[in-house]
Every structure is written in C-alpha cells, then in structure tokens.
Design a protein around this ligand. Sequence first.
Ligand code: ADP
Length: 467
Amino acid sequence: RPSNTASPWSSLSKGKGRRPMFEKILIANRGEIALRIHRACREMGIRTVAVHSTADSEAMHVRLADESVCLGPPSARDSYLNKVALLSAATITGADAIHPGYGFLSENADFAEMVVEHGFTFIGPSPAHIRMMGDKITAKRAAQHAGLPIVPGSDGAVQNEAEALALANEFGYPILFKATAGGGGRGMKVATCPEDLVEAFRTARAEAGAAFGNSEVYMEKYLQAPRHIEVQVLGDSHGGAVHLGERDCSLQRKHQKVLEEARSPALNEEQRETIGETARRAVERLGYTNAGTMEFLYENGQFYFIEMNTRLQVEHPVTEMITGIDLVREQIRIAAGAPLGYTQKDIRFQGHAIECRVNAEDPETFAPSPGRVTDFHQPGGMGVRVDSGLYQGVMVPPHYDSMVAKLIVHGASRNECLMRLRRALDEFVIEGIHTTLPLHRKLMRSPTFLDGAYDIHWLEHFVEQGG
Ligand code: ADP
C-alpha cells in the first residue's frame, strides 16, 4: 500500500482477533451520497472506487475517487442496480468492501448476500436484518417483539374484502392499506368509511402489485395529524448499541421528506429520552448491527413504529451536526468489526440542525428539471454545510432521483439555526435548472414552520396555497 494512504485504523489490523480495516471501498451509488461516502473514506485513509453510468461520467464523485468503473448505460437497471456489474467492478479493482449508500441496492438483502458470498464486506446490517425489515409485516412483528410501540392494525396481510371490513369495524375509520413490500410511499390507500373500503383495498393491491411485484397489503389505523419522528441508532458486532437522538421529518410532500430537523420541536426532554432508550434497547434485542433508523408516527404524546430503514438515511447529516459523530465513518468501522468505543452516556447533543433537500424540480409544479448547471455558488460560513455533487457546467441527468443538494445548517438554538438557514438560502445560487430553493425560502417566512407547529400534512396545504 502506498505510504500516502496509510490508514489511521491500520493499528487495528495488528490487534489480536480483530479484522483489519479496509484498504479500498467500492461506492455503489451516485450523486451527493457517493461523494459523502468518498469523503469519509478519504479521511480514514481508505482508497475509493466510484462506479457510474454513461450519464454520470463527469460526476463529481467519479472525478474525486481514486478509481472509477463505468457500469453501463443510463437506466438504473443497467447501471446502479446491476448486481453483476457491481460485483465485477469490485473484483477487478480489488476492493475489500462495498458501501451501498441509500436507495438503489442499499436495502436489497439478496445483493448484501451476494456481496458477502463473493468475499467482500457489505457496509450495512446483516442480510437477515435487511430481509426482516424489508417486509413491513415481519418488520412490525419484530419491532413489537423488541419492545417498540406499533400502530394498531391487522396481524399480517389482509386476504380479502370481508376480512378488511371486519377489521376496519374493529379499529374504527379512517384506516390505511399499506403494501407489505412497500417503499417510497407507494401502495398506500386511505379509507374513511365502509363504502370507500373495497375500492381502497383493490387499488392498494393493484398499485402494490405493479410497483413491487407483490400485491399483499395490510391494514393500519390511519393517524390523522401525526408527526414523523425517527430515531438514529448504531449497533456494533460486540453487542454495543446507542441511539443518536431523533429527527423530525414531518415536512413532507407526497410522503417524501422535504426538510428535516434535529431535535424535534415537538418533544420535551423526557419524551425524547424515552423513545431514544426504547429504540436503543430494540437494537440490543434484535442484535442489529451498523446504522439504522426506526421511524415512528407521533400523535397525542404517543409513538407508533411504522418501519425501520436498514441503511444510511438522506437526512443523516442533521444528526451528525448535533452529535459530532460521522455516521459513515461509524458504518465503516462497525462493518470492519471495530467496537463502537463509547456508550450512551458519552453521547452529547448540541444545538439544533436543519436540512433542506434541494431538488431539480419546478418549485411550483414539481415537474423534474434536469439540464446543465450554468452557474453554481454554495453558501458557506459558520455552521453551514452543503452536501452536493453539483458544480458549474455539470449536467443533471433525467434518469435518477431529482435531489441534487442538501443544505444543512447548525445553530446553538433552533432560532439561531433558522436565522442562519435563512441567510444561507439567500446565498445559494443554482442556475440553468429549476430547483426547489424558492420553496425553502418561502418556508422560512411561514409562522407555522417557524413555530415548529406542523404535522405530516401541513406542507402539502402550504404548497397548495402557493406558500
Ligand atoms: P414508505 O416505506 O412507503 O415510505 P412508511 O411506512 O414509511 O412507507 O410511511 C410513509 C409515510 O406515510 C409516513 O411518513 C406517513 O406520512 C404516512 N403514514 C404511514 N403510515 C401511516 C398511518 N398509519 N397513519 C397515517 N399516516 C401514515
């Protein structure tokens, strides 16, 4: 290994019974998250392999990585979702481990298994945990077993309309059908009365079948004005488990998060400690390793588990800003077999952080707006972080997710954070494509947002009324 890449963790390889830290990691993703992972690797003295489609040849993560491999044509199926191409790239470049990022293959248990079978380390939880949490019914059962409060609903899949009607009578309307194999908010249908129910059941099944190749649906009580609050957790392979506090992700449009903050403006100290500790204990009971997120709906002082994400989340930086813990670095250390090296009482939460997701979309119609970035200037200054693969002259391809940048701001208090975010948004320049920056600027003038008094439906109304 060349001396300029000596790993600060190389001493681990000398310790008895410890696995050596990786020398080279393949990053199986694109965009800002590929860059994010590359940065953590660089700081750990680990070499990086970028992969890309022909549409991403000039992407920043490709330019910065030590090596790069073209996987194939633009369509995700032929490139970032192509398991064989990814494993070939890892073999050819001699990588030790694969980091999947979020989206694409990050929660694909078969891929994680293939990675391990081919002698690489998968930087994430075990395939068994991914599989358990990937099926929402087994996930709910496991969560309940691990002591997490769940949303009242059917015990498993709902087989037919008669069963659905009987259950809905028991729980009371409104109810929600959700796809067992669901994700991205698809395959969900609300029914407010028995007359709606049959239609909702059929549509949910049809949508689930089309989107996930599995039409199985289950039923939950539909909470009318909850907040979405999630807890970041970490578990190591030695039984160590911590939580890194909560994130409030209630600002959503079409079930997609738009802005996230940590800590939640809705919780008091006792509530956040209780849910954090409940989540931490669940990690212990599940024997879960690596980073994960337990998602809850929160209404009238009660938490209801909805799902666990077995990967790094888009919004992980807000947690990093208030804890000072680099989550990607922790993922890599844990995957290499290192112990956490700290316990819950060592974790300190400082100040407040907010993340704005900037999408390449028309800020009013939300129509995708791919194209060439003609001008780019990112805000800076104290407490400001931008995670983005954009630069002046780069082409934003039409083939992938529209999120192109994350603006993350930290302040000593929520108020300081808001003032800083407002000025950072004013400094941000992205020209040549439309972005959702104007929507975020409008949000900063909304008294409801500034008061933190929003639920998961509020943003949708705010957008409908033109901000
Ligand atoms: P997905 O995996 O498709 O994102 P989730 O289970 O995470 O599905 O739910 C996505 C969003 O749908 C939640 O953030 C929330 O806004 C809404 N939702 C899910 N379950 C319920 C429920 N029981 N009541 C009300 N809203 C819900």
